[in-house]
Design a protein around this ligand. Structure first.
Ligand code: ADP
Length: 507
């Protein structure tokens, strides 16, 4: 937010695009009538006004979702028909992919090149889970009690609260919306206050497909004012959250009161491990894209380079040369390779960590400051930064920065590499660069993380389960199994006996 003019004044001056929220199939203002600004990270200026929701809006949205859950239009749909609606949504999203990517860039400052790939790809989650909707089967149990017929069935859980962060809103929301709706639930979606516009635009596409009203609702606003009441609302059955470790833990604790189901996709401090036997040029490219893609603002950022001592200097030199060639600028331009970071608080946090690193004795071999070019002064840019001389115990090696800052940590042998990689409270992902087949087969089992990439980094798919070990999260997203995280299993017992036995004679 900025303090030049109030949001209301800017709106009445007609300079900002004004959005509405989506509740019960209607486009509405917030109950309070208030708005907040959403900023463009490249210009540093506001471009839109987002309704500032609160507890009252949350209550309306949850009740709308609850009503839809029990409505004939939704409950009465066959699983095949739910699947068809999801596939139609995938088609519609495909048609709007370039426009949605542009809105995403305007709000989060990531490269159009990356966002357009993401918005093009995200329809696959809707196709995949749409296809899965009518393939979830219960079982008939060959029960040990005679005269009984016993079977299980899968049912939706209820109203799902999906709380989304700012780094890839449409993409991370799809991971939750597609399986939740395929399973027959209804949803209240809460975008990040930094990037609400793309999910509101998504709801416009959603609306055209034919889902009954209230099946998906979007309430915009701040964490404390919308996210917190949403995650304790008595009619919410499950909270699916992606975001910071601190907020995730708060949600887990508050959801416990009413025994809500919770999935959490939290942070990481992932190690990209490079052995001397690696294909060095590939490893350099993999390490650079692991940390500088999306300006380091991904939960899987390979923010620790764990590199074999005997090749340390040569490898760092090559990294620096490639990092130096990165073209910073307007994220909409195809020639730009590194955009701004998404928001002002994040910029301040990254610069703070850079200071901390210097005070801890690490040496910035490249970057370590904001760029000086005139053209980059308005946007929230940070130079690609590589710190050498980092010990794994330092704060920059232990705490998630979520920015373009790489810590280089040397190791002697495989045992030490594993020890360093695992010496963190996080456990989201790791990269491994080696041409030794035995090592490539041996090591993934010993890394305490939810995903290991061997000779690649950041590959993701709707088919592949994704989620953290340790304090990187609870539960998985994507892949076939996880649809059951949005369902509950019921057991039905039926007697085939003509006569109920005497209750006082125990058999
Ligand atoms: P980030 O640093 O990515 O903004 P957060 O975890 O704070 O991380 O934000 C992720 C999402 O969680 C955002 O939509 C945010 O508004 C929401 N959020 C923040 N605080 C809370 C809270 N106390 N309860 C529920 N949701 C929250």
């Amino acid at each position: 937010m900025n303090d030049r003019l109030s949001p209301q004044a800017l709106a009445s001056a007609g300079t900002l695009q004004k959005f509405k929220m989506f509740i019960g199939g209607e486009w509405v203002d917030s109950a309070s009538g208030e708005y907040f600004e959403t900023d463009n990270p490249y210009t540093g200026l506001p471009w839109g006004l987002i309704p500032r929701g609160n507890e009252e809006d949350v209550d309306l949205a949850v009740k709308a979702a609850h009503k839809a859950l029990h409505s004939r239009e939704w409950r009465g749909l066959t699983a095949s028909n739910r699947g068809a609606l999801l596939r139609a949504l995938g088609d519609a999203l495909g048609e709007h992919a370039p426009r949605l990517a542009e809105i995403e860039v305007r709000d989060n400052g990531k490269l159009y090149a990356e966002m357009s790939q993401q918005t093009e790809y995200l329809r696959q989650w809707y196709y995949y889970f749409g296809g899965l909707a009518d393939k979830i089967e219960g079982a008939v149990i060959p029960i040990d009690k005679p005269d009984n017929f016993t079977y299980t069935r899968y049912e939706p859980i209820g109203v799902v609260a999906a709380i989304i962060p700012w780094n890839s809103p449409l993409f991370l929301a799809a991971w939750k919306i597609a399986p939740a709706l395929a399973a027959g639930n209804t949803i209240v979606l809460k975008p990040s206050e930094f990037t609400s516009a793309s999910l509101l635009e998504f709801a416009k596409v959603f609306e055209t497909v034919g889902f009954p009203p209230g099946v998906l609702n979007v309430v915009t606003g701040f964490g404390a004012e919308v996210g917190a009441p949403l995650s304790v609302h008595p009619l919410v059955a499950k909270v699916a959250f992606t975001g910071s470790e601190a907020t995730g833990k708060r949600i887990y604790a508050s959801a416990a009161n009413s025994l809500k189901k919770v999935t959490l996709e939290l942070g990481g401090k992932s190690a990209n491990i490079v052995f001397k036997d690696a294909d060095v040029d590939n490893a350099v490219k993999g390490v650079i894209s692991g940390i500088f893609a999306a300006c380091g603002q991904t939960c899987v950022a390979g923010s620790r380079l764990v590199v074999q001592k005997s090749m340390h200097d040569e490898f760092v030199e090559k990294l620096v040369a490639l990092a130096k060639s990165a073209n910073l600028g307007d994220p909409m331009k195809p020639t730009t390779q590194l955009g701004p970071v998404t928001n002002r608080p994040q910029l301040a946090k990254i610069l703070d960590y850079i200071d901390i690193a210097k005070k801890e004795g690490a040496e910035a071999v490249i970057g370590g400051k904001r760029p000086v070019e005139e053209a980059l002064q308005n946007g929230w840019f940070v130079e690609p930064t590589i710190f050498a001389g980092v010990k794994n115990s330092m704060r920059i090696a232990q705490e998630e920065i979520f920015g373009p800052v790489l810590s280089v940590i040397p190791f002697e042998d495989e045992e030490e590499a594993i020890a360093i990689a695992n010496d963190t409270t996080f456990g989201l992902a790791a990269g491994l660069w080696t041409t030794d087949l035995r090592r490539a087969l041996r090591m993934p089992a010993r890394l305490e993380v939810g995903t290991v990439w061997v000779n690649t980094y950041r590959a993701m798919s709707y088919m592949a389960p994704f989620g953290g070990y340790k304090q990187s999260g609870l539960g998985k997203e994507s892949g076939q199994d996880m649809i059951k995280d949005y369902m509950q299993k019921k057991t039905v017992w039926m007697s085939t006996q003509e006569e109920v036995p005497n209750p006082f004679i125990i058999r």
